[in-house]
Design a protein around this ligand. Sequence first.
Ligand code: NAD
Length: 485
Amino acid sequence: MSALRTEHLLIDGEWRAAADGAVIEVENPADLSIVATVPRAGEADLEAALAAAERVQDDWARTPAWTRSELLRGAARNIMDRQEEIARLLTQEQGKPLHESRAEVATAAEQFEWYADEARRIYGRVVDGTTDGVRIEVRKEPIGPVAAFTPWNFPVMLAARKLAPALAAGCPIILKPAEESPSACLAMVRAIQDSGFPAGVIAAVTGDPAQISERLISSKVIRKVSLTGSVRVGRQLMQLASQNLAAISLELGGHGPVIVCDDVDVAQVAQLSARTKFRNAGQVCISPTRFLVARSIYEQFVEEFAAVARDLTLGDGSTDGVDVGPMCSRRRHDDFAALVEDATSRGAIAVTGGQSLAEAHGGHFYAPTVLRDIPAEARILQEEPFGPVALLIPYDTLDDAVRIANDTEYGLAGYLFTNDLGRAQLLSERVRVGMLGVNSYLVSTAVAPFSGVGLSGLGAENGTEGIEHYLHPKTVVTGIPTELS
Ligand code: NAD
């Protein structure tokens, strides 16, 4: 595992270097060593991926759903057969603890299992016409070749979330994994390709993100764009997609509110919340971030939460017993540190953490941080921190809690803890998010839609809704005689 890996592009069924041989280095964020190189795809490589997608699109669209389904199921099996290999690569280049990496690979396989079934359930419908002598069918057809862009925080699972529904729907897909953590994603793509997909149906290209997105999306071949990433990049890709009016789905950031009511078991909720918060060093779009806690239980909540945060073991994710790894990159570490620094310089109190451990640990480490007394003007209350920080905020009335929860342009996941059914019902109607966990943090599942409102995105992934974004409804009106002759 310590040898430098050389990754390849997947284009038209072949794994190959970039045409001009250019590469990008991949770093281990725990010790800053270089662990791999990936090709920097150039014009000729992207052209070849587009040409292959264009060539195979009709054949792939006409491939029977049962055949597509079998291929997806084979992909799920291959991913699980290689779970350990993929998980180790993931930890090495992304930093998360190995047990989290193994779980991520398993959820990627689940995507393929779920969409193997959905591929066989793409139903059209038959509609009565407004006059006699016609029959109307609505068929669901694949939308066409897809360009997909996935980020570095869950590089395996989030790529599976786009690959599986696109392939199930009958669309070729060109995937650009994140350059920060590409090897695990490429290892998963290899497992998928090895289950027998025809050449050209799946491509994986690494390199300069702006160059790749511009080249792919400005091509008339691409009919659908899907991004998981930041609002900044979402806006850029939406503009690019407007040239040829390609469809687009965006899964962007969040600023997860958690309303904790005064009727809960405080220790239990605080401990569960702290363990959830620092998963993947807080680099999770649905991470709980703003904990709005009833004032009567606030002090106890802070104490219990901070005790768990202080107890977490920081280190290289491949070491047994590590709870929190490094942040994925220097860039993310520095942006995050600046946001915490802005809050503390304005008067926020770090109950624990609040400092970088990069020098002490020799990687992009930051201490699990719990902030209280955060002034209203602190940037961290509006900007997504995307790192290991919890903001603990007391509230006086539930109306206040809802107002604070909704006081952001994001609306991805929110959470609510109460044992009162009436409160749960009313609060669940008022919190403005795409997903809400009631007494649970488990809102991300292959079987139900994952979506945001406001700046958190456009369209839904997962569930039966997830495949719809890769399909186009075609209406076929057939004139028929009005009498049997
Ligand atoms: P970023 O947008 O700079 O990078 C995210 C990913 O987008 C990168 O891995 C990169 O490969 C890709 N990217 C960057 N520029 C691109 C371009 N022009 N075309 C195509 N792809 C491009 O974000 P960041 O600075 O790494 O993270 C900061 C913010 O991004 C976070 O606060 C969060 O809101 C958001 N984010 C969200 C998720 C998510 O799971 N929803 C994941 C990562 C980042």
